[in-house]
Write a protein that binds this ligand. Structure first.
Ligand code: SAH
Length: 260
């Protein structure tokens, strides 16, 4: 009995942005060893089918319950892989698993728990256009499901003032139609209208669409739930190309401010 218990684990893996070639070999090996897969239906569906593992699918909003379920299964000796898109530590399931451990059954702390990194949306989106994250940047989740909207506005304003390149995860959803428009309004008060804005939708899927537009012309309706938005810093440049989308990059050097 105790032998079986010792074999249980929870491995939290990131499946990358969509293309199966962007799943790491390490994550694939974990998936191959699983007796149970836990995750949001859309992500579990992305795991290549093989006979064997039980698929526990759930609604996107039930993250903490899903994490507790995974831990309960592992405590009974199951080999559980929890799946997220992108990287599991970026606005995803890994933090939910640790919240559940922090607040839950003390015995869960002794379990074999591991997190395997994945390619996050901002990294795959950035690579498509060039190197917009070549200098200091930050990531902000525009969803106000788990934090007050006032805090999002404060972070946007301060990140803009600090001249970070800003990546925006979860820019819109059916329940949150106006937040991205408001974010652009805030950024326009600080950033120049020609600042490049990248809308990267469904990166690495058949539906992939990438557009780079100036901030002055960025329209929130361009984004959907599978869009990652990158707003350049004052240093971000575009390189125009004949008949091809521009490259976008942020130079690695920022010159010293002129002394007053
Ligand atoms: N853990 C994930 C992020 C989950 S939050 C990661 O590291 O990528 C979900 C948000 O991620 C979406 O609203 C969207 O902003 C972004 N996203 C996820 N997959 C994407 C893709 N293939 N293309 C563009 N954006 C994506």
């Amino acid at each position: 009995m105790s032998d079986t218990r010792e074999q249980g684990f929870v491995i939290v893996v990131g499946l990358g942005p969509g293309d199966k070639n962007l799943i790491t070999p390490e994550a694939s090996a974990a998936l191959a060893a699983a007796t149970d897969l836990v995750g949001y239906a859309t992500y579990v569906a992305r795991v290549p089918e093989r006979p064997g593992p039980t698929r526990h699918i759930s609604d996107n909003r039930e993250e903490i319950d899903r994490a507790r379920h995974a831990l309960t299964l592992a405590a009974s000796g199951r080999r559980v892989v929890v799946v997220s898109s992108g990287d599991p530590g970026v606005f995803a399931m890994a933090a939910a698993v640790f919240e559940a451990i922090d607040e839950g059954d003390p015995a869960w702390r002794a379990l074999d728990i591991r997190v395997l990194p994945g390619i996050s949306a901002m990294l795959s989106a950035a690579a498509r256009v060039g190197a917009p994250l070549g200098h200091d940047f930050c990531a902000i989740n525009l969803s106000d499901n788990l934090k007050p909207w006032g805090l999002v506005e404060k972070r946007l304003a301060l990140a803009a003032e600090a001249d970070f390149v800003i990546t925006l995860y979860n820019p819109v959803s059916k329940a949150r139609p106006w937040q991205l428009g408001r974010a652009f309004e805030i950024l326009r008060t600080v950033r120049a209208p020609e600042t490049p804005v990248i809308f990267a939708t469904a990166v690495s899927d058949a539906r992939e669409r990438i557009d780079t537009v100036p901030l002055g012309k960025a329209v929130a309706e361009r984004a959907d739930m599978r869009t990652l938005v990158i707003v350049g810093s004052s240093r971000t440049r575009t390189i125009a190309r004949e008949g091809k989308p521009p490259f976008v990059y942020t130079p690695r050097k920022t010159p010293a401010e002129p002394s007053p």
